[in-house]
Design a protein around this ligand. Structure first.
Ligand code: EPZ
Length: 475
């Protein structure tokens, strides 16, 4: 997760008009390297609205799980195979950071073979770390395995300042000496103790990242660690399941109290990353906002409970269509979901830590509620600056007022196509959904945000019958 966008606005693209998706994927590995020229040379997405979608869409592996599992591979001085890893800019960046640390990575489609035998804990490259917030997740595994780590501060991003104080305080509670100097976090063990020490840690806020950092650090610590007010997101459970398969001793993941008993060593595994609940939620909203009945799989319905509850409130039905058959980490069976659209009516949404309504679905629901009858109030409580998509939806005719961290929505009959600019990852998805529902043509710029978190989105929508294409201005 980089959620820092400033660097991406500098990406040049020298490609012919209208490239096919696989070319886009190859260009993903270029994306993380070279600076850009002008906005004009940036690719744009043209969407013809009033789409009627049908069929089934394949859901990719979870970005926010794959990223932390890749960082977690450092815990094991051997081979790790991760399956169902999505092909995304953020994943490429995490590969770059791990490679700079000495990790050997081979990719075969959505499978990553990772060998973290020989690593150098001081080599995390600033220029890449600053583009991927999730890269900070390497600090826990490096420190607990090698007793020292040096990782650039990830910095803020479009949606918020994104401090790491809870990560640092957790590592300090386990006996690490942590100091921040010239933008670098230096963490090492002092005194005779060559291992982190188990500790009781109460998190002031159930931060996903801080819970993941402390959980990974505690797997190889001496003694027992208790994390209270821990985050409960499905990605935390996937991380704990993965670490347990490596030989860690973890109880309570998915609840607000996690207990980790440190072990001496973790071992090689072959692990299947869970499906992406946010990508799945985005496609459910695509069905609702275009009035289309579509199916999606593989998904784990429980992970989408707050999203499905709100779609039901708005007037749609979401049905679980039996087991899809794939097993994911921790023996979780996946299913197929189908959305049956209905008359859209307004409702209120407040984003909260899991199992509350996910902040990563807020923008998509703002687009949906902008054409739902009546009034809706959307309160973004997790990030301080995550309503920037509202101004772009207003360009398309939405009637939304922002008051502090609330968006007050008065539903309109329909949106009309317009040129809009994506400001962050989930905002970009919301604008694509609004474009699919709107009258006429919408052009979306800032696609580097989209490529960070959605695998083959355009192809998936085209296969469902949508009319959209990526245009690369000839230079
Ligand atoms: C993870 O970010 C996800 N990213 C985010 O997804 C997601 O929005 C977020 O969790 C909440 O669900 C990844 O997993 C890579 P947090 P993370 O720590 O771990 C404050 C997407 O769209 N905080 O739970 O960074 C923080 O400022 C992305 O895919 C502190 O104050 O989220 C924020 O307000 C966006 N101090 C709140 O907690 C800290 O030390 C939640 O942050 C850490 C966090």
């Amino acid at each position: 997760m980089t959620e820092s966008v400033s660097h991406l606005d500098l990406i040049p693209i020298k490609l012919l008009v209208n490239i096919r998706e696989d070319k886009a994927i190859n260009s993903i590995s270029n994306l993380t390297q070279t600076p850009a020229t002008t906005e004009e040379s940036q690719p744009i997405l043209e969407i013809w609205g009033r789409a009627s979608l049908q069929g089934e869409v394949q859901i990719s592996g979870a970005k926010n799980s794959a990223l932390v599992l890749m960082a977690g591979s450092i815990l094991c001085p051997g081979d790790i195979r991760l399956r169902n890893v999505p092909n995304l800019v953020d994943i490429k960046r995490m590969e770059q950071i791990l490679t700079a640390l000495g990790v050997k990575i081979q990719q075969h489609g959505n499978i990553l073979d990772i060998d973290a035998r020989d690593i150098n804990p001081t080599k995390a490259p600033y220029d890449v770390v600053s583009q991927l917030r999730a890269s900070f997740f390497v600090i826990g595994p490096l420190l607990t395995r090698l007793g020292t780590a040096r990782v650039p501060l990830p910095g803020g991003c479009a949606i918020g300042t994104r401090p790491i104080d809870l990560h640092v305080r957790g590592l300090q509670a386990m006996g690490a000496n942590v100091r921040i100097e010239s933008g670098i976090v230096h963490a090492h063990l002092t005194g005779k103790k060559r291992r982190l020490q188990g500790a009781n840690i109460y998190l002031d806020y159930p931060s996903v990242g801080a819970t993941e950092t402390i959980l990974m650090a505690a797997t190889l610590a001496e003694g027992e660690t208790k994390i209270e007010n821990a985050a409960q997101e499905p990605e935390i459970v996937d991380l704990a399941n993965c670490c347990c398969q490596m030989g860690a001793k973890i109880k309570g993941a998915g609840t607000n109290t996690i207990i980790i008993s440190g072990v001496d060593r973790l071992n090689s595994i072959d692990y299947n990353v869970i499906p992406d609940r946010i990508e799945a939620g985005t496609f459910l909203v695509a069905g609702a906002i275009t009035g289309s009945e579509i199916s999606l799989s593989p998904v784990i319905p429980e992970h989408l409970a707050p999203v499905i509850a709100k779609l039901n409130e708005i007037g749609c039905q979401v049905v679980v269509e039996g087991n899809e058959g794939t097993m994911f980490g921790g023996n979780i069976q996946s299913s197929r979901l189908r959305i049956i659209p209905g008359e859209l009516k307004g409702t209120d949404i407040e984003t909260l830590p899991y199992p509350g309504f996910p902040t990563d679905m807020q923008a998509q629901f703002t687009a949906l509620l902008s054409i739902s009858e009546g009034n809706s109030v959307i309160s973004e409580t997790v990030f301080e600056n995550r309503l920037r998509h509202v101004a772009e939806l207003q360009r398309m005719g939405a009637n939304i007022r922002v008051k502090g961290h609330h968006a007050i929505v008065r539903g309109v009959r329909s949106l009309s196509g317009a040129p809009v600019m994506a400001t962050d990852l989930r905002a970009s998805a919301a604008l694509v959904l609004a474009g699919l529902a709107a009258e006429g043509k919408t052009t979306v710029r800032g696609l580097h945000h989209l490529d960070r978190g959605y695998e083959n989105l355009e192809t998936k929508f085209r296969d469902l019958g949508a009319n959209l294409q990526r245009i690369i201005p000839a230079s």
